[in-house]
Design a protein around this ligand. Structure first.
Ligand code: AMP
Ligand code: GLY
Length: 424
């Protein structure tokens, strides 16, 4: 069978890589793909990203199943379009994708269904927003309602930053429509974890636990990024906490969406804040897999992903179980010079080691030009190591990272530090 993966990042490379391992696969197309998916003989890039063009391609090529990586096509309604044409696709409808594409929708949904999250209020009027900030003080968190490519959240430690964020979003319209409505919410303290499940509208199949690192520099310093590394499993998510998150957050979310008449299908990602006492609150929902969490998670998945997604599309996720590699997988992101504000492209990449059972390198912002691999985006590579402990996985990943070179490469040396520090 032929499968189509939509997207061009490290997440999509990892999904396509895993799908291509299925014995039932004839071809995996990645649209538009990257330099890594271009050079893998089991994958083929398609220079398409418009949902209508993708649907035509899927019809013409008799694509059996489409999997969508990023949120933008989901929020634009790619799933609705494919379903209208009778094409099988795994992801949420446009309406269900609002869990990610509208913070106000997500917050109102959580409040309505009693799902733990930070207290909040939504504003379109800047004077009212400024007054609310003065009343509540800092720290406080300002979020643009819509999708803003990672620029929509300001965690204001000082009240001045909070007022500036309101000016930026509501008065100066710097985020356009996405920032024309803002959510202001209570600052939460604790440790973050990514909780990702597959949903078929009713049944829920949790993936292995994971945690990512958002800050650019070691010791969680520097600006927030899309993610500088991730690992799986995440020891902070103990079996007891896992059960609680399922009971208090994931199950009520899936049941609440169904009750509201917008059943959720696709990957559902709850970004959690876990406090010292072990209580989890929802920071945000994503209606897709995490990047870079997908890379270590796929490196550990042993079950045939095609079969799993077929069950998800058929509504029979309750009939299968997932099998995981018991080792830890740890992914180190290598980012371009200038990332995250102004990543530079065009640097030649060398030294990527061949894949082994202990290490695999997924591409994100890379491109093949005249037989050379060059940087073409902020996050360039995610190098995943596997090992019997977090330390061993780290060692595998960094041995590979140290062989790879491109001008201005930025990466952290401490991915996994929280898991290393945590008592067994
Ligand atoms: P979001 O896109 O909503 O996950 O926000 C991006 C990042 O901002 C999160 O991963 C957290 O690090 C931080 N953040 C979001 N909401 C809060 C909050 N209520 N309290 C503290 N930090 C937050
Ligand atoms: N790793 C965070 C995200 O995918 O949103």
């Amino acid at each position: 069978m032929k499968i189509l993966v939509v997207g061009s990042g490290g997440r999509e490379h990892a999904l396509a890589w895993k799908i291509a391992q299925s014995e039932r696969i004839q071809m995996v197309y990645v649209a538009p793909g990257n330099g890594g998916t271009a050079s893998d003989s089991r994958l083929e890039n398609m220079p398409l990203s418009d949902p209508a063009a993708l649907a035509l391609f899927a019809q013409r090529e008799h694509i059996a199943l489409t999997v969508v990586g990023p949120e933008t096509p989901l929020a634009a309604g790619i799933v609705d379009l494919f379903r209208e044409k009778g094409l099988k696709i795994f992801g949420p409808t446009k309406q269900a994708a609002q869990l990610e594409s509208s913070k106000d929708f997500a917050k109102a949904f959580m409040q309505r269904h009693g799902i733990p999250t930070a207290r909040y209020q939504t504003f379109t009027d800047s004077a009212a927003a400024h007054a609310y900030i003065d009343q509540h003080g800092a720290p406080i968190v300002i979020k643009a309602d819509g999708l803003a490519a990672g620029k929509g959240v300001v965690v204001a430690m000082e009240i001045g930053e909070a007022h500036a964020a309101i000016d930026m979003m509501l008065s100066d319209n710097q985020l356009g429509n996405a920032g024309a409505r803002v959510v202001i919410e209570e600052f939460l303290e604790g440790e973050e974890a990514s909780f990702i499940v597959m949903v078929d509208g009713k049944n829920i199949l949790p993936l292995a636990t994971s945690q990512d690192h958002k800050r650019l520099a070691d010791h969680d310093q520097g600006p927030n990024t899309g993610g500088m590394g991730a690992y799986s499993p995440a020891p902070i998510v103990t079996p007891a906490l896992h059960a609680r998150v399922m009971r208090e957050i994931i199950i009520p979310t899936v049941q609440g969406m169904a009750k509201d008449g917008i059943p959720f299908t696709g990957f559902l990602y709850a970004g959690l804040m876990i406090d010292k006492a072990g209580n989890a609150k929802t920071l945000e929902f994503n209606c897709r897999m995490g990047d870079p969490e997908t890379q270590p998670i796929m490196a550990r998945l042993k079950t045939d992903l095609v079969t799993v997604i077929e069950h998800a599309v058929a509504g029979t996720l309750d009939t299968i179980e997932l099998e995981w590699d018991r080792r830890t997988a740890l992914g180190v992101v290598m980012a371009a010079a200038g990332y995250p504000d102004a990543p530079r492209g065009g640097d030649i990449i060398s030294g990527i080691p061949a894949e082994t059972t202990d290490c695999v390198t997924f591409h994100a912002g890379t491109r093949q030009v005249d037989g050379k691999l060059i940087t073409a985006g902020g996050r360039v590579l995610c190098v995943v190591g596997l090992g019997d402990s977090v330390k061993m996985a780290q060692k595998q990943a960094y041995e590979a990272v140290d062989q790879i070179a491109f001008e201005g490469a930025q990466f952290r040396r401490d991915i996994g530090w929280r898991a290393v520090k945590r008592p067994a």
